[in-house]
Design a protein around this ligand. Structure first.
Ligand SMILES: Nc1ncnc2c1ncn2[C@@H]1O[C@H](COP(=O)(O)OP(=O)(O)O)[C@@H](O)[C@H]1O
Ligand SMILES: O=C(O)C1=C[C@@H](OP(=O)(O)O)[C@@H](O)[C@H](O)C1
Ligand SMILES: [Mg+2]
Length: 177
């Protein structure tokens, strides 16, 4: 007879803009909780068989968003670990409905700090042209969505990734493995 899987409760989900640290903190959080990480950007790349900049270039952003909505649904419903979303995942109304009532944390970050962290990163096609202005525009559009879906907000600008991971645990009142 096989042992029952441990009941961790639902997946812990990290949302926030590019550069807020979702992927980095998600890795640390999963380690501390003894759970696995799903980074939906990596899942999309695996499904598409190519990197995110290539998907945007060859298939367009609408196709990327379709793949993203499916990847988020699969990760959030089919997994009880930690899920790091891409910064634009909350644009999809179905994704916002899916996240309602779940343990979702918004990693917030100041504009200047985010641009310092990811401004010149070619792996993020939406920030490729004018990262300062593009980041500001996307955050203006998305902040209401991050706030809507999140159970808690963690301000990350003055914290190390490890400190952010601890703040997420504290905000959700989770204990480590
Ligand atoms: N709290 C932090 N302090 C300093 N640098 C950070 C912090 N969190 C993430 N970073 C750095 O910022 C960059 C983007 O982090 P990442 O986890 O990819 O963000 P996201 O997935 O939210 O876009 C990486 O180089 C990472 O090392
Ligand atoms: O903000 C966005 O729309 C995007 C953010 C990226 O993820 P990170 O938020 O992890 O950088 C990635 O999903 C893609 O480049 C689009
Ligand atoms: Mg990421």
């Amino acid at each position: 007879m096989t042992a029952a899987a441990p009941d961790h409760g639902p997946a812990v989900v990290l949302v926030g803009p590019p550069g807020s640290g979702k992927s980095t903190v998600g890795t640390l959080l999963a380690e501390r909780l003894g759970r696995t990480l799903r980074d939906t950007d990596r899942d999309i790349e695996e499904t598409a068989g190519k990197a995110i900049p290539e998907i945007f270039l060859e298939d367009g952003e609408p196709r990327f968003r379709e793949l993203e909505a499916a990847a988020v649904h699969a990760a959030v419903t089919g997994h009880d670990g930690v899920v790091a979303l891409g910064g634009g995942a909350v644009l999809d109304p179905g994704t916002r409905a899916l996240l309602a009532g779940r343990p979702v944390v918004f990693l917030d970050v100041a504009h200047g700090e985010a641009v310092r962290r990811v401004g010149l990163d070619a792996a993020r096609p939406l920030l490729a042209m004018n990262p300062r202005q593009q980041w500001r525009t996307l955050m203006e559009q998305r902040r209401p969505f991050y706030t809507e879906v999140a159970r808690a907000v963690v301000q990350t600008a003055d914290l190390t990734p490890g400190e952010v991971a601890q703040a997420v645990l504290d905000a959700l009142e989770l204990t480590t493995a």
